[in-house]
Design a protein around this ligand. Structure first.
Ligand code: DAH
Length: 340
């Protein structure tokens, strides 16, 4: 019996040592050696045949063997558990130093951004931003702006008519009239928005484009105020060393009128590709509000005076970012847009 016990112990320990895999195998070993129908139990059952002197000796030995096997199994169980834990950790390992997948953020369209920049500059100078309708009466788009029927200035703005009296506005200037009808001076507004002309699409024309209109009306407003205000605007938009140049021009709704150029902010006036060697770039039209326009809005031109200006937002965006084809602003090609 001693030999059997010794044999059981040896076998159990050897099998345990060579066991490398699953917890289920360990469980099977445990049942085989220590279970109710296990080998050790079978030996203990046979103890009844022993003499009273042998019984305690064998009993003690059997207990020792059981304890040894139990301890070895426990040790093995702990080892397997640790192994499984290590494997799980290795499988779940996160490399926190790995470069992250950057989310691509969208941004405003360059045209919308320029419109915002323009409005921000004028807001900072105390202007209000107002809007007017794109479907407009002939009266506001032309007549009230001192452009009567058959006036040659109508030819320069090929207009989309909806009825004889209703059209798609060809300029933002009608908002001047709408504002003066509703507000008494002092008036200080800018008005951005879409305008329409029956033009074919090319690098510098589009049937839909954007303008920003400006209007200031108060007592004692002079051309000097216009120049000072435009200078502040131009320095904000194109850089602090920007200079302005006024060229005499004609608009029916202003008198005197001017076209306004900024010194080229790329070459500083030397002449380059952007300014086409001129040193100057035209940015807007402006002038003193014509007395007829004031009168039509019940504002007495002997008491009040004002200045107005109008610019093309596409044009400003193209100048500012060196874009040579207006169509790029409408095609929404991501390769173009993502550069801004
Ligand atoms: N409305 C003119 C255009 O579309 C631009 C313009 C010129 C607006 C002079 C003005 C101005 O207010 O004073 O060509």
């Amino acid at each position: 019996m001693k030999q059997m016990l010794e044999c059981i112990k040896q076998n159990a320990l050897e099998q345990l040592a060579s066991l490398s895999g699953e917890a289920s195998e360990l469980e099977a070993l445990k049942v085989r050696y220590l279970g109710k129908k296990g080998e050790l139990t079978a030996v203990l059952r046979g103890m009844g045949k022993l003499t009273p002197e042998e019984r305690p000796v064998i009993g003690q030995m059997a207990n020792e063997v059981r304890e040894i096997i139990e301890a070895a199994i426990e040790e093995k169980a702990a080892e397997l558990k640790e192994k499984a834990r290590a494997a799980k950790l290795a499988a779940e390992r996160l490399d926190v130093t790995m470069p992250a997948d950057m989310k691509e953020l969208g941004h405003r369209h360059p045209l919308a951004q320029v419109e915002r920049d323009l409005c921000d500059i004028f807001l900072s100078m105390g202007f209000d931003v107002v809007e007017g309708p794109e479907v407009e009466y002939d009266y506001y788009n032309f007549q009230a702006l001192n452009i009567p029927e058959n006036h040659p200035a109508r030819d320069t703005q090929d207009t989309f008519y909806i009825t004889e009296n209703i059209l798609l506005r060809s300029q933002t200037s009608p908002v001047q009239v709408r504002t003066m009808e509703q507000q008494r001076p002092p008036i200080r507004i800018v008005s951005p928005g879409r305008v329409y002309r029956s033009d074919a699409v090319d690098a510098t024309h589009s049937p839909v484009f954007h303008q920003l209109e400006g209007l200031v009306v108060d007592k004692g407003i002079t051309m000097g105020d216009l120049k000072g205000m435009l200078e502040t605007f131009a320095k904000n938009m194109f850089g602090s060393s920007t200079k302005l140049r006024f060229r005499p021009h004609h608009f029916p709704f202003t008198e005197p009128s001017a076209e306004v150029d900024v010194s080229c902010f790329v070459c500083g006036g030397e002449g380059c590709r952007l300014c086409k060697g001129e040193g100057w770039i035209e940015i807007l039209g402006a002038g003193m509000v014509h007395p007829n326009v004031l009168k039509g809005c019940n504002i007495d031109p002997d008491e009040y005076s004002g200045f107005a200006f109008g610019l093309g937002i596409e044009r400003i965006a193209m100048i500012k970012y060196g874009i040579d084809d207006m169509r790029l602003l409408y095609e929404n090609d991501m390769r173009f847009l993502s550069q801004f």
